[in-house]
Design a protein around this ligand. Structure first.
Ligand code: C5J
Length: 221
């Protein structure tokens, strides 16, 4: 373990066994025009800002052979795993399952559902499809983490206040020591990103810790 500077206080980072990188939903649906994020009226270009840091985190984890888990939010083509509440929410022109420029919106296996090419998973890295906002809901993430004896999660990806925060709360309730990497998570709403970081680390780290990636790189050197 190495103590790294984090908020609300130093975080014990395992530098080998027990540590995993979790990359939430860095898929075209959220980062490129024509996907789900765009259909909801968001400026998707904002999310590109974290791609270089995520590439560095990927390199650091790959160099040390540390486990990496990606998630993608998506539904079966027949939408049987999409509750009507999710399907009908909002007033956008396009909905989940509709055909757009990257195929059917938020449907597993469609071009829009792919992780962006800059962060493409390598063989052996696990991609977990998830129907909900949280990565533990209706997925095998927990059993995979238990299998690999993971105790500490570095959480990254998009969007900070939706899938990232939901996942971090789910992980926290399951006993994982979670650190949200401040400059490796992004939102369509800058204020929500900042508020989420504050919520996570408030009350003595009620959901976990936050720290910039530089503090992690230093520890993994
Ligand atoms: C959303 C996500 N925002 N990955 N999904 O619907 O945060």
């Amino acid at each position: 373990m190495v103590l790294i500077s984090a908020l609300p206080y130093d975080y014990e980072l395992p530098t080998s066994d027990g540590l995993a990188l979790l990359i939430i939903d860095m898929q075209r649906d959220f980062l490129e025009p024509g996907g789900f994020g765009d259909a909801l009226g968001n400026d998707v270009s904002r999310l590109q800002a974290i791609v270089p840091i995520l590439r560095e985190l990927l390199s650091a984890f790959r160099a040390r052979n540390l486990p990496i888990f990606y998630t993608v939010e998506g539904h079966k083509p027949d939408l049987s795993d999409c509750p009507p509440s999710k399907l009908h929410r909002g007033q956008g022109k396009l909905r989940i399952g509709d055909v757009a420029s990257m195929g059917r919106i938020l449907i597993l296996g469609e071009p829009g559902n792919e992780i962006i090419p800059e962060l493409s998973p390598l063989p052996g890295e696990t991609v977990i499809p998830k129907p909900g906002k949280g990565a533990f809901y209706h997925t095998n993430l927990e059993s995979l983490l238990r299998e690999k004896k993971i105790t500490h999660l570095l959480v990254t990806g998009v969007t900070t206040e939706v899938c990232v925060q939901t996942t971090m709360r789910e992980a926290n309730d399951r006993g994982y020591e979670c650190l949200l990497v401040e400059d490796a998570t992004e939102s369509y709403f800058p204020d929500f990103q900042q508020s989420t970081l504050e919520m996570i680390r408030a009350q003595g780290g009620i959901v976990g810790w936050t720290a910039p990636a530089a503090n992690i790189f230093q520890a993994l050197e």
